[in-house]
Design a protein around this ligand. Structure first.
Ligand SMILES: Cc1cc2nc3c(=O)[nH]c(=O)nc-3n(C[C@H](O)[C@H](O)[C@H](O)COP(=O)(O)OP(=O)(O)OC[C@H]3O[C@@H](n4cnc5c(N)ncnc54)[C@H](O)[C@@H]3O)c2cc1C
Length: 432
């Protein structure tokens, strides 16, 4: 063990002291810990599970450019060359000779992030659930947590980073915000599927397969594929598990791809779907990743955002420790950085998510028809949430009739958020 072998041995009868305590060893927490340690802070990660990256509660869909930018080794993600959107009576397929999206070896990526954190000097404590914050004079000064041998005790720090994901263990107890009321609820089998085409990823919409959400089939190499269903609560009451169990009957056209398949793993999980939270710092406390609602609500994608946000939080945490100032006023710079980089994209994604979550089957057929007219690059940019004036005008040029539907309001709003003040017109599209 790294820095605190002695601490672990003596746990339960003494207070441990750190610069930074990170609650949760998911992608956000591990990245925050690495960045803070690299900035010179003494950092510990407390993870309630016995293993980093287990149990899996995500499908691991992501993007190759981000994995490269984040230094994730290429053997930890599987490139996808064909993406198909399926609606009840339509489909749009995009082929990529140079793949852009990928499916992660989730456990492998998280363990890689953990190893990097340890190399930077972080101590990681698995099987160490945090029970709540220690608050003195209105500021967070540590946490109460059990250690790996189930011994509860105080762990003190100048700064606590809540990276506990959906459960938001510290921020909700401190009253920084309440729990999430709108969220995606997903159930997934990770199957050995000998007849599944390992190049083809599907996103499947419609009331038959996933009311107010979508189903997915994400191949991940070596004959494995993650087949899942997500629904949005409380928009609908339906149980994603029920829809997953009856998937083959609900979508007979894909049933042959799953002939002879059997699950090797079963995953469930929750994803915040409320848009960007109002505040993610207070005195002695930062929140990052899902616990701060940092994922994209567009299709419920949060892993790369958790890593970027964690790195940002950890960087500022390290600066705060060096400056000897962990007040909310100082930590505010993290919030500013995050909003400057991701705020607009997340806001537009949330507007889209709220619209499409209520779509009927005919609306999905029309939506997929709109997608059919896009280039593979445009489709990938939309799915990534890489919004720009050029992208939206390009989508409209290929679908000019959208300007005569209710969608015009959305495009005008999104374009104005991106800095195009005047409403878009058909003449303008024709001119471009
Ligand atoms: C069904 C489903 C499918 C998804 N699919 C995708 C996808 O394809 N692509 C994508 O990018 N994103 C996907 N997401 C979202 C993605 O999983 C999350 O955005 C991402 O995991 C957030 O990372 P995080 O580190 O913030 O939180 P988490 O990954 O949730 O990590 C939080 C960690 O904190 C630990 N923890 C919690 N409470 C405590 C405590 N009290 N004490 C100590 N430790 C604690 C947990 O055990 C966990 O290890 C999906 C989510 C769901 C639910």
């Amino acid at each position: 063990m790294a820095n605190d072998t002695a601490d672990a041995a003596n746990a339960g009868d003494e207070t441990r002291q750190y610069d930074v305590i990170v609650v949760g060893g998911g992608p956000a927490g591990l990245s925050a810990a690495e960045a803070a340690a690299k900035a010179g802070a003494r950092v510990v990660v407390l993870e309630r599970q016995k293993e980093i990256g287990y149990p899996v509660h995500t499908s691991g869909g992501s993007w190759i450019s981000d994995m490269r930018a984040l230094g994730i080794p290429s053997d930890l993600y599987y490139p996808i060359s064909s993406v198909t959107f399926l609606s009840p009576h339509n489909q749009a397929r995009f082929d990529y000779t140079d793949p852009v999206c990928c499916v992660l070896d989730v456990r492998g990526v998280y363990q890689h992030l953990a190893t990097r954190a340890v190399q930077a000097g972080v101590a990681i404590h698995p099987n160490s659930p945090v029970e709540g914050p220690i608050i003195e004079d209105g500021r967070v000064v540590g946490v109460i947590a059990k250690d790996h041998r189930n011994r509860p005790g105080p762990w003190r720090a100048k700064l606590v980073i809540d990276a506990s994901g959906f459960s938001s263990t510290i921020v909700t107890r401190v009253g920084l915000r309440q729990g999430f009321h709108r969220y995606g609820y997903g159930a997934e089998f990770d199957l050995a599927a000998p007849n599944y085409d390992q190049q083809s990823l599907y996103l499947i919409m419609g009331s038959q397969v996933a009311p107010s959400g979508y189903a997915w089939a994400f191949p991940r190499g070596k004959g494995r594929v993650r087949l899942g269903v997500g629904v949005i609560r409380p928009d609908v009451d339906e149980d994603a598990r029920e829809y997953l169990d009856t998937f083959a009957q609900r979508l007979p056209s894909l049933a042959p791809a799953f002939a002879g398949a059997s699950p090797l793993e079963y995953h469930t999980g929750l994803f915040p779907s409320e848009g960007v939270v109002e505040k993610f710092v207070s005195d002695g406390l930062m929140a990052t990743g899902d616990s701060a609602g940092h994922g994209s609500t567009l299709v419920g994608e949060g892993i790369r955002f958790a890593i970027y946000s964690g790195q940002m939080a950890g960087g500022v945490a390290g600066e705060a420790i060096r400056a000897g100032d962990t007040s909310a006023a100082y930590l505010q710079r993290y919030e500013k950085q995050w909003r400057a980089r991701f705020g607009r994209e997340m806001e537009i994604s949330y507007i889209v998510n709220q619209r499409i979550a209520g779509w009927s089957d005919p609306q999905w057929d029309e939506g997929v028809e709109m997608l059919r007219r896009l280039t593979p690059t445009q489709a990938a940019e939309l799915l990534r949430g890489d919004y720009s004036v050029g992208l939206f005008l390009g989508v409209l040029r290929r679908n000019p009739t959208l300007l005569r539907t209710g969608a015009k309001k959305f495009f005008d709003l999104a374009l104005s958020r991106l800095g195009k003040p005047a409403p878009v017109t058909e003449a303008e599209l024709a001119g471009g």
